[in-house]
Design a protein around this ligand. Structure first.
Ligand SMILES: [Zn+2]
Length: 226
């Protein structure tokens, strides 16, 4: 279940399924510029890392370096560091492996979803840290929902090919990106998944929407610290 909370007086969204992990999604109330300072103060973080997102399927493990170019997924193995990614309609995926104390965030727009970036993230967590899908908690944040996300034939064909069971994911030309990401993860054995009920386009008072706001450069964030 998702609920709103406050950090330094600003509204944020969280999932109770991942309450043992420091995580949240920012809203329009939170700073967009100066957000790093906001996270640092609010979370008493030592370091902040955020990648240059390009709708790729590239997932990196956070190391001593600070720059991650063409990266749309970050895996976090160390405490004290905040990672965040930026969104306006695309799907934010937060991963938490309680057993190995590893977290991650991925950015799944239609391109990332077509490339199964969520599955790539889990596979990389498994390869490097031994993460088992059954131990994973995945929190799928606010994103444009099936009510508002109509796609063309080419995108539709790319998305439908990423899952075996398409039940409830497609309706006419409308697609449910959050549920497609969830289904991809279910099909590799992840079963603890919480999906935010918020559509960024319908709830534009709370979140930014690239489609509703005609290509806005404003973004909300998915934020994690171990
Ligand atoms: Zn909507």
């Amino acid at each position: 279940m998702f609920y709103f909370d406050k950090i330094n007086g600003k509204k944020i969204l969280k999932s109770d399924m991942a309450d043992s992990l420091c995580h949240f999604f920012t809203t329009r109330e939170c700073p967009v510029r100066g957000n790093e300072e906001f996270f640092k103060t609010a979370l008493k973080a030592k370091r902040i890392v955020s990648p240059v997102q390009t709708h790729s399927a590239n997932v990196e493990i956070v190391s001593a370096k600070n720059e991650y170019t063409e990266t749309d997924g970050l895996i976090l193995p160390e405490p004290g560091t905040v990672i965040y990614l930026s969104f306006a309609d695309c799907v934010p995926l937060i991963f938490y492996d309680k057993v190995n104390r590893i977290a991650a965030i991925s950015h799944a727009g239609w391109r990332g979803t077509a490339e199964r970036i969520g599955v790539i993230t889990v596979e990389k967590m498994n390869k490097h840290f031994g993460t088992q899908p059954k131990d994973l908690i995945v929190v799928i944040g606010p994103a444009i929902s099936a009510c508002c996300y109509e796609v063309g034939e080419e995108v539709f064909a790319k998305l439908i090919g990423t899952v075996s069971d398409t039940t409830g994911l497609f309706s006419g030309n409308f697609v449910d990106l959050k549920k497609i990401n969830a289904r991809q993860l279910k099909e590799i054995g992840v079963y603890q998944i919480d999906i935010a009920p918020y559509c960024t386009r319908c709830n534009n008072d709370l979140f930014f929407s690239y489609r509703k706001e005609c290509g806005t450069i404003m973004r909300h964030n998915a934020v994690v610290m171990l």
